[in-house]
Design a binder for this molecule. Structure first.
Ligand SMILES: [Zn+2]
Length: 331
């Protein structure tokens, strides 16, 4: 596996948490001079923040992580990003569970269009903006996949907005082409309007907003972004400062150069280049690359003239559960 030194010396941006950098002070001082930027996980995988928050419970042992790191990076003028696993929050989960078409409620996953949780998120992000980061990165945003969300609130809102019966099974929606398209559009409208409100809020504070999108063969690279997560790429330009292409988070491998899969990935990235031409910043992200993946990432960066690459030396603690939940619809 690649270590943090290799990431930093190559001019890429490490994504760190208290697990990988228990003392942000010594981490930053060790690599100052080489750090092109720094990305900090802002809340752990259990929903506890790495800063003292008025709305969220904090991880007591590590609640100084964000304040300490931000103070130093701002003195040293190192661009800093906060990463939020937006709609995964086991602490708040029991009130805002997202529901799969078959009524499963995977632990920790929140309904992404729940209004109350959205209010909570706004407050949390507002608190984060007080540390004056360069940007906030929304990760695990949007719907889990095409089989969501069928929580009571979503069903009621669907029936109110689209006159689709609240108790309708997913199979009935899916088998009616016109209804299915209306349903997809409705989910997407909700996601895009949440992004737009977040964007207004964050921009007022002079912080940039980035969305990490899952570019994964399980979701047909970029082919499934609308149908699974509710994203409308053409509208990103109006609400986001940048897109962070998280390559293959669920397949877990970066295809080797020269393979068919690699060519598909390149093709997807070429399509996204159109957004770059319209002013959207495009970056890459990957969790825990090995040496061969690392060199493929660096060559993609050069090939596409990508400014920022975000890499972590370890996977999130809930990775196995996330992966299983995300790809369940394909199995
Ligand atoms: Zn829902």
């Amino acid at each position: 596996m690649v270590n943090v030194k290799e990431i930093i010396y190559k001019g890429l941006i490490p994504v760190i948490s208290p697990k990988t950098a228990p003392s942000p002070r010594s981490f930053i001082y060790e690599y100052r001079g080489f750090l092109k930027g720094l990305a900090l996980i802002a809340r752990n995988e259990e929903g506890f923040s790495y800063f003292p928050s008025k709305v969220a419970p904090s991880d007591k042992e590590n609640e100084n992580f964000i304040p300490e790191a931000s103070e130093i990076t701002s003195t040293l003028e190192i661009p800093t990003y906060f990463v939020l696993y937006t709609h995964f929050d086991p602490f708040m989960w029991k009130n805002y569970k997202t529901v799969r078409a078959n009524n499963e409620t995977p632990e920790g996953f929140i309904c992404p269009i729940n209004k109350e949780y959205f209010g909570y998120l706004m407050k949390l992000i507002t608190e984060l903006c007080e540390y004056k980061p360069h940007g906030v990165i929304l990760h695990l945003f949007g719907f889990i996949n095409v089989e969501y969300c069928f929580c009571r609130d979503c069903r009621e809102a669907l029936s109110r907005d689209e006159k689709i019966p609240a108790d309708i099974p997913f199979s009935a929606i899916k088998s009616d082409k016109e209804m299915y398209e209306r349903w997809l559009r409705w989910r997407s409208n909700n996601i895009m309007s949440i992004l737009s409100e977040l964007s207004k809020n964050v921009h007022e504070k002079n912080v940039k907003l980035y969305l990490a999108v899952e570019i994964d063969p399980f979701f047909d690279w970029i082919g499934g972004l609308f149908e699974n997560f509710g994203y409308r790429m053409e509208e990103f330009i109006d609400v986001l400062d940048g897109l962070i292409l998280h390559i293959s988070p669920w397949e877990g491998l970066i295809p080797e150069e020269g393979t068919d899969e690699y060519n598909q990935l390149v093709k997807a990235m070429e399509e996204l280049e159109r957004l770059k031409a319209r002013g959207l910043d495009i970056s890459i992200m990957f969790w825990r690359p090995d040496m061969s993946e690392f060199s493929t990432i660096v060559s993609l960066k050069d090939k596409f003239g990508i400014e920022n690459v975000f890499l972590s030396t370890e996977s999130p603690t809930r990775y196995g559960h996330w992966r299983e939940t995300k790809i369940a619809y394909r199995l």
